[in-house]
Design a protein around this ligand. Sequence first.
Ligand SMILES: NC(=O)c1ccc[n+]([C@@H]2O[C@H](COP(=O)([O-])OP(=O)(O)OC[C@H]3O[C@@H](n4cnc5c(N)ncnc54)[C@H](O)[C@@H]3O)[C@@H](O)[C@H]2O)c1
Length: 299
Amino acid sequence: MEHRALARCHQEGQRSAVPSVARRTLWIRKSRAGTGSVVAAGGVSPGTTTSAAVAVEGHRQVHYQKLWLTGKQPTSTTTTVVYSPLVTNVGERELFHFTHVRNLCDILAEKQLVSDTVMQSRGGVLRECGDRAVKAERRTRRITVPPYGCPADYVPFYFAPRSPMLYVISRGGVATYQDGQPPLVYLVTSVSGVQESHRPYVFSDGNCASEITRHFTDLSMMPSVVDWEIMAAPYWANTADDGDRMRRRMAELLVYGHLPVTALHEVATYDHDHAQQVRHLLGEAGAKLPVSVRPKWYY
Ligand SMILES: NC(=O)c1ccc[n+]([C@@H]2O[C@H](COP(=O)([O-])OP(=O)(O)OC[C@H]3O[C@@H](n4cnc5c(N)ncnc54)[C@H](O)[C@@H]3O)[C@@H](O)[C@H]2O)c1
């Protein structure tokens, strides 16, 4: 099993021209007998066994042990190893925020995206596609690095399209939002686009609603703490060997308070009809942004 997984990962590494697989982290789910299985992996500096963490899976508390590896073989019982490609130029990484096309008119008029906290202070958003329970949770969680606050104080971006959140929406899983995917449009920027806006930002290694998710401001950490392999994968569901895939796929870059529309470099839509609608809105607002139809970014 392990050899098959390793072989597969090596092949994937070759296909994507990954220069090195030397840096990796393994999270071992500890059993009572002291053995464990790897549930997550991402690149970090090589080292030795260093830390442990506690996570809540469903209603169960699960203990994780983090192993830092140096060579080819893990130092503990493992079942799967996932190698994260090393990302060298984080500035080029694209960032994705989707919103209902009916919100776009207000966003363009105001010339900025604003946080959930700001929208709530105005009485709410015109067309809300987010799960209200999740959003309420994000008003209580703490961001552990400057400028602090809670996730709702930031404009959220994912590192990849086809997020788990969009999947839930596509299956009608948000009771308060039943318009489906077609009216949702992606507002796309990049890490360097956010930097050039001079807005404060933080990023996470996973879903900001999860207790084990860590926050960062240091961009030099981004290649190793964000799981780029899972960002590139079309499927992100948890597996028996890796019960942390979905959390990692939901890593975010969060921009504090607001982000000017000038930081965006593309609007993407589900189909041509919505692209036309967006072009019309951009024209009316005098905003020049390329519009693309990208069905592969949807389910
Ligand atoms: N939408 C995404 O692509 C995305 C990305 C990463 C994480 N998330 C997380 O998922 C949950 C739900 O996200 P959400 O989409 O409800 O975003 P949100 O929680 O930031 O809510 C703000 C809403 O207002 C809209 N908005 C922003 N500026 C506006 C303006 N000037 N005028 C009118 N409307 C404006 C946003 O598009 C969004 O729909 C959140 O908790 C979020 O952090 C979402």
